[in-house]
Design a binder for this molecule. Structure first.
Ligand code: HEM
Length: 504
C-alpha cells in the first residue's frame, strides 16, 4: 500500500472532520414535512416505488444542498403516529445517534413504528429499551454473560454446524443443478449453527427443524413487513402492496402458535442461559423472550443479510482478490492453525480477510436505519453547518450514506476496496465503521445502544471468509436483490488446489 494512499488522514483532525463549532454557520434545518397525511404517503411511495431508497435521499440532499434536512420517513400513516424526522446523512452528523447524553433510544429500534409487544411475550425487549431503563442494563449484561460463557464453542460450532453442511450442500447443488441458492441454504443452516453456538443444542435435533425455520421467518416478517417492498408486486399492483404491507400492522396472532413452539425450544435448550439471567436479577420468562429476540431477530436476522452480502462482494471482487485471500488464509493456517484447520490464532494473522469483513460492514451495513429522539435542545453539526435541534424531535440516520462519505473515506468511498482497512492508515478508518450502532473501535456496554453481539458478528464473518478460502480457490455467482440485501446464486466453485504457500 502506498504511504500516501490516505494522505488526507495526515491532515489535522480539524481540517478533515471536526471544524471548530464557531466556524460553522448556524442554519435552519432545510426541508418540510408538507401536508399531514398526504405528504408522508407521497414520501413513502417515492421511497419504495418511484425513486428507490438511495435516490429518495440523494434527491433531497441535492434539493436542499444539505446532508441534514427534515423529511417524513416510512412507513407513515397509519402505521406510525408521527413520521417526521431530521435526517442525518454524513459522517459528521450521524454519530449524534450514538450520544446517549443527547439522545434517547426508547422504542425506536424499527423506527417510527413499533411492532406489537404481543410478538415478544408482552415485554419490550432489549432492542427497544433505552439505557436509562433499569431492565436494559440487566438484559444486556445477561447477553454479555451468555456470549462470554459460550465463546469457546463458537469456532467448533461454526465449523461443524455451519461450514460443513453448507459447503457440502452448495457443492452438491452446483454439481447436480449448475447453481446453488446460497440464501435458502443459509436461512436453513444458520439457525442450527446458532442453536449449537449459544446452547449446544441445534434445533435440527429437536425434530421439526424445517417448520421451525418457517415459524421464525413468519415471526420476523410480521415485524419487518412495514420496511419491505416489491415482495408482492409480481402478483399485485404496487399500490395494493403498499396498502397491505405499509398501512396497518399485520395481526400478531398469525405468529402465535409458532412463537409458542419457539418459546418451548428456547426454554428447554436455553436452560443454562436462563440460569445466567436469574443471576443478574431477570425472571426466566423475561429472559427467555429476550433470548428469542436476540437469537432470532438480532443474530439470525442479521446473518441472513450479512453472509449473502459478504459473498456478493467477494463474487464481484473477482479472481485476483480470491487468490490473495486464499494465499493469506492458507499461509496463516499453515503457520498458526491446527491440523490444517483455522484457529483463532490463525485468524489473527489474516489482515486482508479482516479488512474485507470491515469493508462489507462499512459499504453495506446490514441494518441501514438508526433512529433516536433528542433528549434536550442542542446544536447538531454536519461538515458544513450547524443546526438547532429541539427536545423531542426525532433524528434518523441512513447509514449507507454516512459510511460512504467521501470526506472521510476519500474519492473511492462508494467502491468496495477489499484492503481498505489493511495497515495503520486503514486501522485509523475503523472509527468510522458503524454497522453496530457505534464505532468499530469501541466495545458495547450496558450504558449505550451498541450491538451486544458486535464481536460475535465480526468473528463469524471473519471465520466465514477464512473457511471459504481454505476450501475454495475461487467461485462465481449470480447476484440479484432479495427482500433485504442480496440474493446470491453460486454458479461455480473451484476447490482448493494448494494448501499453503503461493496460490499462483
Ligand atoms: C449481522 C448481525 C448483526 C447486526 C447487523 C446487528 C446490528 C445491530 C444494530 C444496528 C443495533 C442497534 C440498533 C439501534 O438501536 O438502532 C443492534 C442492537 C442490538 N443487537 Fe445486534 N446485530 C447483529 C447481531 C447481533 C447478535 C449476534 C446479538 C447477540 C446478542 C445482537 C444483539 C443486539 C442487542 C441486544 C441489541 C440492542 C442493544 C442495546 O439495547 O443496547 N446483535 N444490533
Amino acid at each position: 500500500m502506498s504511504s500516501n494512499r490516505y494522505s488526507w488522514l495526515d491532515k489535522p483532525q480539524a481540517d478533515r472532520e471536526q471544524q471548530a463549532p464557531l466556524l460553522l454557520p448556524t442554519k435552519e434545518i432545510p426541508g418540510s414535512y408538507g401536508i399531514p397525511f398526504i405528504t408522508p404517503i407521497k414520501d413513502r411511495l417515492d421511497y419504495y416505488y418511484f425513486k428507490g431508497h438511495d435516490n429518495f435521499f440523494q434527491s433531497k440532499i441535492n434539493q436542499y444542498s444539505s446532508t441534514v434536512f427534515r423529511t417524513n420517513m416510512i412507513p407513515g400513516p397509519f402505521m406510525a403516529s408521527d413520521p417526521r424526522v431530521i435526517a442525518v446523512l454524513d459522517a459528521k452528523s450521524f454519530p449524534i445517534l450514538f450520544d446517549t447524553s443527547k439522545v434517547e433510544k426508547k422504542n425506536v429500534f424499527t423506527g417510527t413504528y413499533m411492532p406489537s409487544t404481543k410478538l415478544t411475550g408482552g415485554y419490550r425487549v432489549c432492542s427497544y429499551l433505552d439505557p436509562s431503563e433499569p431492565s436494559h442494563t440487566k438484559v444486556k449484561q445477561f447477553l454479555f454473560n451468555l456470549l462470554k460463557s459460550r465463546k469457546d464453542y463458537f469456532l467448533p460450532a461454526f465449523r461443524s454446524a455451519y461450514v460443513a453442511p453448507i459447503f457440502s450442500s452448495v457443492e452438491s447443488q452446483v454439481a447436480s443443478q449448475g447453481h446453488a441458492d446460497f440464501n435458502a441454504l443459509n436461512n436453513d443452516i444458520a439457525f442450527d449453527f446458532l442453536g449449537e453456538a449459544y446452547f449446544g443444542a441445534p434445533p435440527s435435533k429437536s425434530g421439526s427443524f424445517i417448520t421451525f425455520q418457517k415459524k421464525v421467518t413468519i415471526w420476523l416478517l410480521l415485524q419487518l413487513a412495514p420496511l419491505a417492498s416489491n415482495v408482492l408486486t409480481k402478483f399485485l399492483p404496487k399500490l395494493v402492496e403498499d396498502l397491505l404491507l405499509h398501512t396497518f400492522s399485520l395481526p400478531s396472532f398469525i405468529a402465535k402458535p409458532g412463537y409458542k413452539n419457539m418459546y418451548e425450544y428456547f426454554n428447554t435448550a436455553g436452560s443454562a442461559a436462563l440460569d445466567l439471567a436469574e443471576k443478574v436479577g431477570l425472571s426466566r420468562d423475561e429472559a427467555c423472550h429476550n433470548l428469542i429476540f436476540a437469537t432470532c431477530f438480532n443474530t439470525y436476522g442479521g446473518l441472513r443479510v450479512l453472509f449473502p452480502g459478504l459473498l456478493r462482494r467477494l463474487a464481484q471482487s473477482g479472481r485476483d482478490w480470491h487468490a490473495r485471500l486464499a494465499t493469506e488464509v492458507r499461509q496463516a493456517v499453515a503457520s498458526h492453525g491446527e491440523n490444517g484447520q483455522v484457529t483463532l490464532g490463525a485468524l489473527e494473522q489474516m489482515e486482508l480477510a479482516k479488512s474485507v469483513v470491515y469493508e462489507v460492514l462499512r459499504i453495506d451495513p446490514p441494518v441501514e436505519f438508526q433512529y433516536a429522539h433528542a433528549k434536550k435542545d442542542f446544536l447538531l453539526q454536519s461538515h458544513d453547518a450547524q443546526f438547532q435541534v429541539r427536545k423531542g424531535e426525532m433524528l434518523f440516520g441512513y447509514q449507507p450514506f454516512a459510511t460512504r462519505d467521501t470526506r472521510v473515506f476519500g474519492a473511492n468511498a462508494g467502491e468496495f476496496v477489499p484492503d481498505r482497512f489493511v495497515g495503520s492508515d486503514g486501522a485509523k478508518l475503523l472509527r468510522y465503521v458503524w454497522w453496530s450502532n457505534g464505532p468499530e473501535t469501541e466495545d458495547p456496554t450496558v450504558n449505550d445502544k451498541q450491538c451486544a453481539g458486535k464481536n460475535f458478528v465480526v468473528l463469524v464473518a471473519r471465520l466465514f471468509v477464512a473457511e471459504f478460502f481454505l476450501s475454495y480457490d475461487s467461485f462465481t455467482a449470480e447476484i440479484s436483490n432479495s427482500l433485504v440485501g442480496s440474493q446470491v446464486n453460486i454458479t461455480s466453485l473451484t476447490k482448493a488446489k494448494a494448501k499453503a504457500g503461493n496460490f499462483y
